[in-house]
Design a protein around this ligand. Structure first.
Ligand code: NOJ
Length: 748
């Protein structure tokens, strides 16, 4: 046995040596030529690890068989195996015991941190600060790679207009431009400039495509969108990811216009691989090949395997379809072997680019793992991310910030004392209950507060991956909360969602404050109106009553490990909030989808008193719109100037002045409207944003650039059209607060 291992190691090493001078494509082809059909198919198989599952576990799943398959060279990748010891153990089997010694690639959902928990992605996006987002991804990659992981299933680039969909927590909101920018920042952070560096990891743009548009906001539900919406609103972030060298792409679970994405040849082969020239590989989502049969698109698993490989799905995550059926499909001549070869080439290329053939254990250094995961403290960076993500939604009569000498505070709400919820869903290896709670954050400033839980958000977390039972009955804590509220000068109420009420499979039909929290809020308000409401949530909530009655509202999402410190710094004025919403907050579920970049309709507001596009019982606008976020200071906008610097290139400048008495950071946003086009265009489209920090009285010039192509749109055939005509150019502090306007006329 030992002898065989030694021979294999030597043969792998000599293979590696002979490879040094060759190009990656040459190395891939040479290796491919030595592979049996079984070994080729093996590269296309991804197994879940042996302990954590992030999807339904298939009946076939069996640890013994998995190890054996790795030994036989029948596995290309595993997910959810982490930690140097475990990764090395498995990698050793692949490298030293399989015939060709091809290393495995280790994937995991490193979504907003590996050990250090950063804010959940929708919160990160609220910072509109791409450097901060890139840095968080960089640190996540450093930590994950130290634990043996070399591939993350992130960023999620699903634009969504439906906050009922729990996975909005994992994306960057409703806008394709912002989502693309965030995606690029994350890809840069994860992958760096060199995939072979031992502290970078491959990224994965997911879910391709349309997954953020499930009918009625129910996860995994059908998606039926026009090609115009697909090309203009859903695909641009993915295109940007490909242009920025994302290594991999993941299929979406859903049916897109009648065809499951995993078997959608037009989407994956024509658009992604041919038109966009994507050179990396495509991984299915968990079981999504097999689910094509459940959708009613494939007859059975065998047929599903055929449809998936034909459509360009290169790797099978946990369907066992490629493992069990591809060989027969080829032997019977149903599937061409050249399709398998193409998929294998793509996977091997990434493995070569990662340097796994030069050193399969490059991510397996125990000492390094210890240094990074036990002895390196990233809390400063986590705090910065958390601070920048906080959005001040409302601040009547400048109730905030509180004075540092504020006496007699009541803190109410179970989430104020929750050290786990701020870590959010998809928390990788963040340690349970390790976040700084709001109470702990407040304690840094004062001990002059009384705490009352008021109401539980949930009663227990049980069942398969944290099924949350929302408390809808227990009001036993109300009396105490009301008693402390009565005596307080100011009340900080921390309400919202538990960490597992958003995320995958966490759709909600009612997105108000869960359980009895709304009743608690109203009961407290009845005895004392001086309330600062701090929201913790992974999605926009409907809070119309709070929006009308509560004087100050702070959106604090799920901010990661430094949550409580960040919130307290904002409450007591050591940090001036600067976040802006990446997604509209509806007034009511009945308005959904409500989003800023809608079309005008033929009957917009003002058209007629009765016969116009509206509701009889509610306004059309959201409660808080995309791009909204206040500061403790105020800003004035002036002097918009548009110049054509070169043919088809424009700069737009303006002045922003801090008119308040605190230093603050503003995020001016550039919107355009194509007034008349052959395909009707939205009333506003975000085309740029910038950040400007100003001390009181200070004024700075900001500048945006627009290229001719930025004025274009995609037709339903996917062609980019730039049509001459008039464009409104708008600069605002949110999508609903446009402060400066000008016009651009595009000639031929
Ligand atoms: C299913 C999710 O949809 C996907 O985003 C995730 O990466 C995989 N499970 C693996 O956990």
């Amino acid at each position: 046995m030992k002898k065989i291992v030694i021979i294999m190691v030597i043969s792998t090493m000599s293979f590696a040596c002979s490879q040094k001078s060759k190009s990656i494509d040459e190395k891939v082809n040479e290796l491919l030529s030595r592979m049996t059909l079984d070994e080729k198919i093996g590269q296309l198989v991804q197994y879940n690890g042996f302990w954590d599952a992030t999807g339904p576990v298939p009946q076939e799943s069996n640890s013994k068989r998995k190890y054996n398959d790795v030994r036989q060279g029948l596995v290309g990748s595993v997910l959810n195996v982490y930690g140097v010891e475990q990764v090395r153990k498995l990698q050793e089997i692949a490298v030293t015991q399989s015939r060709l010694g091809i290393p495995l690639i280790f994937g995991m959902d490193v979504i907003h941190g590996y050990k250090t928990a950063f804010p959940v992605p929708i919160a990160e996006a609220a910072s509109w600060n791409m450097q901060t987002i890139e840095q968080a991804a960089r640190i996540s990659a450093t930590e994950a790679s130290a634990a043996g992981i070399n591939w993350t299933f992130a960023p999620m680039l699903d634009v969504s207009r439906d906050p009922r969909w729990g996975r909005v927590m994992e994306g960057a909101g409703e806008d394709p431009y912002l989502t693309a920018q965030v995606g690029i920042a994350k890809i840069k952070g994860f992958q760096g400039t060199d995939l072979s560096h031992s502290q970078t990891i491959a990224a994965c743009a997911k879910h391709f495509a349309g997954y953020g548009f499930p009918i009625a906001g129910r996860d995994y539900n059908t998606v039926d969108v026009s090609k115009v919406t697909l090309f203009n609103d859903i695909l641009p972030p993915f295109k940007a990811a490909v242009e920025n060298n994302v290594a991999t792409v993941m299929n979406a679970f859903n049916v897109l216009n009648g065809v499951p994405c995993t078997g959608n040849s037009w989407l994956v082969r024509d658009v992604l691989k041919n038109t966009w020239n994507f050179k990396g590989f495509v991984v299915s989502d968990w079981g999504s090949i097999m689910e094509m049969a459940t959708h009613g698109y494939a007859q059975d698993r065998y047929h599903a395997a055929q449809l998936a490989i034909e459509a360009g799905c290169d790797m099978d995550m946990e369907s066992y379809a490629y493992r069990n059926d591809l060989k027969t499909l080829i032997e019977k001549g149903v599937v061409k072997e050249s399709l398998i070869d193409d998929a294998v080439r793509r996977i091997l290329r990434i493995k070569f680019e990662m340097g796994l053939f030069d050193n399969p254990y490059k991510y397996c250094d125990k000492e390094h793992e210890k240094v990074i995961l036990q002895n390196t403290d990233y809390s400063k960076e986590a705090l910065q991310s958390a601070l920048e993500a906080i959005v001040l939604l409302k601040n009547e009569q400048s109730l905030l910030p509180l004075s540092k000498n504020q006496k007699n505070i009541a803190v109410i709400g179970a989430l104020a004392n929750d050290k786990d919820t701020p870590l959010g869903n998809w928390r990788a290896q963040a340690v349970k209950n390790s976040a700084v709670s709001v109470l702990e954050g407040i304690s840094v400033y004062t001990n002059d507060y009384v705490y009352a839980q008021g109401a539980l958000v949930h009663t227990n977390a049980a069942g398969f991956i944290h099924t949350v039972n929302i408390n809808t009955t227990d009001k036993s804590g109300f009396a105490q909360a009301i008693a402390v509220a009565k005596k307080a000068d100011v009340i900080i109420m921390v309400l919202g969602e538990n960490c597992f009420q958003s995320g995958e499979a966490r759709s909600r039909s009612d997105i108000g404050l869960p359980g009895v929290q709304q009743e608690l809020l109203e009961a407290v308000y009845a005895v004392n109106r001086n309330i600062v409401l701090v929201l913790m949530n992974g999605r926009p909530l409907t809070i119309p009553w709070a929006g009308e009655h509560i004087p100050a509202i702070v959106e604090a999402w799920q901010l990661g490990q430094q949550s409580g410190n960040a919130i307290a710094q904002v409450l007591f004025g050591d940090y001036n909030p600067q976040g802006k919403l990446p997604m509209s907050f509806p007034r009511s579920v009945g308005q959904i989808p409500v989003y800023y970049n809608h079309l005008n309709t033929g009957r917009p507001e003002g058209f007629n008193k009765v016969f116009w596009s509206h509701y009889m019982d509610i306004e059309n606008t959201p409660l808080y719109s995309f791009g909204h976020g206040l500061s403790y200071t105020t800003f004035a906008y002036s002097n918009i100037v548009l110049k054509e610097t070169k043919k088809g290139e424009y700069t737009i400048t303006a002045h922003i002045t801090n008119t308040g008495n605190r230093t603050g950071t503003e995020t001016p946003q550039l919107y355009i409207r194509d007034v008349v086009a052959s395909v009707v265009r939205p009333v506003k489209e975000l085309k740029g944003f910038t950040k400007v920090t100003l001390s009181p009285g200070e004024s700075k010039q900001i500048e945006f650039k627009l290229q001719r192509a930025d004025l274009g749109f995609y037709t339903e055939t996917g062609k980019l059209n730039v049509e001459p005509g008039d464009f409104e150019i708008m600069i605002g502090s949110s999508s609903s607060t446009i402060l400066l306007n000008t016009k651009l006329t595009l000639t031929e």
